[in-house]
Design a protein around this ligand. Structure first.
Ligand code: AMP
Length: 421
């Protein structure tokens, strides 16, 4: 991975207008439509914003939120408005944040005109513009020009979107001096450290619902891992390959041959591949909030009753996985070990996170690869202390689910490539 240019390399940026792409795609409460339920992505961006302000620049922040579907070139859908984000950013920074009700329209342009050194303007949701995500390069180029016309410099710091060839990620970087922000730097450094130069043993912990979502990642990690631990829904296709009775657990029949190949490769490459030795089962996928009512106990993984479904790794598996994790020098974790959203099936995921905490204390470099595993450590407690996990419990928690997966697959990310050109 090429080294990325930093803000410092831009030299004196006093008085310059910086267009900053961030990923403030935060969850907003469905109940009141304005409370941000997890502001982790906004907090993760504060160091870059502070650096730009301290250097005397003014900052025009742009991001998307959710998946609006504009029916015309520009259309506001109030449920995806960034107004609550402007308010939260204001509170976190203690600097007043101006908000533009459009992106490259009259309001944005007037407010950019008035913007002075040390001031911040947040543009309305980029995806209110059809052009932002358009497949038509000309349409994107036109929108990119309008964005670029408002600023002197482009800083790319939305790691969660660097795998997308979108206007604000890719095209605009071709029109202005473009560098990466502190978050993109940190993400690329952490993930590169795992992929290029890991301390060994390197343990990969995989989970989540489907094997088919992570084929590329598995192929690439099979080249470098010492240990691979598989939990979550994807484990059942592996168990089925071994000929185990997996009851009604998640099975991807069309992936059987592929998974057979993985097991074979792991054997040939002397990789320790650990699958669940026991699982927590229920009669059906839990509908209740806690899932407790459906919980039907723990079974060894080659004896899951035909009418039961595995929803978490069992206590013996947690012990085995923890032992491998705690004896590793590098750990990369992607995908929960069970249906962690329901407390009855969150124990395995919490045990893995707790083992990562121990590994880090023993000097390992531990990375959580974004998406659901990152969400899990924010809502679950350490299974030994009963207290919530903190950011410092792990060496790095990625802010990008899809982006970090593609990075681990070894795919060139357009938003990163364009900065290295
Ligand atoms: P992914 O987005 O692929 O990382 O998958 C995350 C989802 O996998 C979470 O919503 C979990 O609830 C789900 N999951 C984890 N374990 C299982 C399982 N044993 N059966 C079904 N779904 C699962």
């Amino acid at each position: 991975m090429a080294t990325l240019k930093t803000i410092k390399e831009l030299g004196d940026i006093r008085g310059k207008k910086v267009l900053l792409r961030v990923d403030f795609n935060v969850p907003i409460s469905k109940t009141d439509g304005k409370t941000i339920t997890d502001d982790g992505r906004i907090r993760a961006e504060l160091p870059t914003i502070k650096e730009l302000l301290a250097a005397g620049a003014s900052v025009i922040i742009m991001t998307h939120l959710g998946r609006p579907k504009p029916q015309s070139a520009f259309e506001v859908e109030s449920e995806f408005s960034l107004a609550p984000v402007a308010k939260r950013l204001n509170e976190l920074l203690n600097v007043s944040v101006e908000f533009a009700t459009d992106t490259v329209g009259e309001d944005a342009r007037n407010k950019v005109e008035m913007l002075k050194s040390g001031q911040i303007l947040l543009l309305e949701n980029l995806r209110f513009n059809q052009a932002e995500t358009s497949k038509d390069a000309l349409q994107r180029a036109e929108f990119a020009q309008k964005l670029a016309d408002m600023a002197d410099i482009f800083v790319s710091d939305g790691f969660g979107v660097v795998h997308r060839k979108h206007t604000s990620v890719y095209d605009v970087a071709k029109l202005l001096p473009a560098v990466s922000g502190k978050l993109v730097q940190k993400e690329v450094e952490a993930l590169s450290k795992v992929m290029d130069n890991p301390g060994r043993p390197l343990t990969v912990v995989l989970g989540g619902s489907k094997v088919s979502d992570k084929l590329g990642v598995i192929v690439n990690l099979l080249k470098i891992a010492d240990n691979i631990l598989v939990g979550g829904g994807m484990a059942y296709t592996f168990l089925a390959v071994l000929g185990y009775e997996i009851g009604t657990s998640l099975l991807e029949a069309d992936q059987i041959e592929t998974v057979k190949g993985y097991i074979q490769q792991a054997k040939e490459r002397n990789i320790k591949l650990l699958l669940p030795a026991d699982v927590v089962v229920a009669k059906e996928f839990p509908a209740s909030e806690t899932g407790d009512a459906e919980l039907e106990g723990v079974f060894v993984s080659d004896a899951i009753p035909a009418d039961k479904m595995g929803l978490d790794i069992g206590p013996e598996t947690r012990k085995q996985f923890a032992q491998v994790i705690e004896n590793s020098k590098t750990v990369i974790w992607n995908g929960p070990a069970g249906v962690f959203e329901k407390s009855a099936y969150a124990g395995g995921t919490s045990a893995i996170a707790t083992a990562l905490v121990h590994a880090k204390l023993k000097g390992a470099f531990t990375v959580i690869g974004g998406g659901d595993s990152a969400a899990a450590v924010r809502i679950l407690d350490n299974c030994e202390t009963g207290k919530p996990f903190s950011e410092d419990d792990f060496s790095h928690i990625s802010t990008g689910g899809g982006a970090s997966l593609e990075f681990l697959e070894g795919i060139a990310l357009p938003g990163i490539e364009v900065l290295s050109e």
